[in-house]
Design a protein around this ligand. Structure first.
Ligand SMILES: Nc1ncnc2c1ncn2[C@@H]1O[C@H](COP(=O)(O)OP(=O)(O)OP(=O)(O)O)[C@@H](O)[C@H]1O
Length: 350
């Protein structure tokens, strides 16, 4: 006999999913951009897709927005199957890519109205919706100026307004704040939060850890074509016990520095070395700091600085990929490379 309210067999069954991707694979010739990517995005919230350059974020978005077909795997977006119902998917999604689709020779309002007309709206309907969105995007005062004269932040807002003209259920935002200064970035975050407050699902790709931390209710860390961790930023950080300890040495660290520290400092874990930087996890940062300093001094290794901090998303990334995020981001990832082991260091991504 089934119980009146059985617990869900699968946590995903208990929440409505705006995006449900299973086993996505994408090969470009010999390059395997996606290697079996799974992604479950709850409806009505901001979801961050976080990963360094080349991790596979853009490829994932291209597939989910029906611009590219997966080599293998399936996905539904806003309840429609990307393979069987691509037209339906397209009517239910809005896409803001890094390359703006806005016509800079038209006014802000003309761009939005044009988009509405393309989606089959009457002139009056498109005009009314454009005005409401321009108000929402804080562009009402500039709506009759040509976009060529807009600032970077204003252009980004016009791009978002244009993508919202047909009232999509899911909005894809690809690196929405790249190139914007911090003040404008904060304004953009407010705007995106407002969209989710109104029930829209926002899939945000970013390589800014802080952006993912601030904005995303939940995020997936993508590394070399796979999701290696998914959860709320707080939950992902909470999985890491203890403190992060980072030592900057004056000279490059010798290869055996890990052994030197692990043997002497109690409770030291996950030691990685990257040039002059030594990172580790410790149970109690305050207790371990003098021990670390002493161990390094015994080896005549001069210390430039030492910091102890609570786990950050950088630490989460390091835990799941074996590499520091900024290193992987700068290097770009080689999708054909062998995935690293947990003990791998940033050296591998070079
Ligand atoms: N059309 C293509 N042909 C060949 N290789 C490709 C193509 N598109 C992407 N790739 C490769 O697939 C991998 C994933 O690329 P993708 O653009 O999805 O990464 P990303 O995480 O979005 O990075 P970025 O932030 O730089 O856009 C990379 O190794 C990239 O070089």
């Amino acid at each position: 006999m089934p119980s009146p309210s059985p617990p869900p067999a699968d946590a995903d069954a208990a929440r409505a999913l705006a995006i449900d991707a299973r086993g996505l694979v994408k090969r470009y010739g010999a390059v395997e951009a996606l290697r079996g990517l799974d992604l479950q995005v709850p409806a009505g919230s901001i979801f961050g897709l976080l990963g360094p350059n080349g991790a596979g974020k853009s490829t994932t978005v291209k597939i989910l927005t029906t611009l590219a077909a997966p080599t293998a795997g399936t996905a539904t977006v806003a309840g429609a199957d990307i393979g069987r119902e691509p037209q339906v998917v397209r009517t239910r999604i809005g896409v803001v890519s890094q390359a703006s689709g806005t016509d800079i020779s038209l006014t802000g309002r003309e761009n939005l109205v044009l988009q509405g007309r393309i989606h089959g709206q009457s002139k009056a309907e498109a005009g009314a919706r454009a005005d409401a969105l321009l108000e929402r995007m804080a562009l009402a005062g500039d709506k009759d100026r040509v976009v060529r004269g807009y600032s970077g932040g204003m252009r980004r807002r016009i791009d978002i307004g244009t993508a919202l003209m047909h009232a999509p259920q899911v909005l894809f935002l690809d690196e929405p704040t790249t190139g914007l200064d911090p003040e404008i970035r904060a304004e953009m975050w407010q705007l995106v939060r407002g969209l989710a407050d109104d029930g829209m699902t926002v899939l945000l790709t970013t390589h800014y850890l802080e952006e993912a931390d601030q904005l995303a209710a939940e995020l997936a860390i993508v590394d070399r074509g796979r999701v290696v961790a998914q959860g709320s930023p707080a939950a992902l950080k909470a999985q890491l016990q203890g403190d992060a300890i980072v030592v900057e040495l004056v000279d490059p660290a010798p290869a055996d520095v890990q052994d030197a520290l692990s043997g002497i400092v109690t409770g030291l874990d996950e030691v990685t070395v990257d040039g002059r930087t030594v990172r580790a996890r410790v149970e109690h940062g305050a207790t371990a700091t003098p021990q670390v300093l002493q161990a390094l001094e015994t080896r005549s290794l001069a210390v430039a600085s030492i910091t102890v901090s609570r786990p950050s998303l950088d630490d989460v990334y390091l835990r799941h990929t074996g590499r520091a995020f900024h290193e992987a981001d700068q290097a770009g990832d080689d999708a054909t490379a062998t995935p690293p082991t947990a003990a791998a260091t940033a050296e591998e991504s070079r």
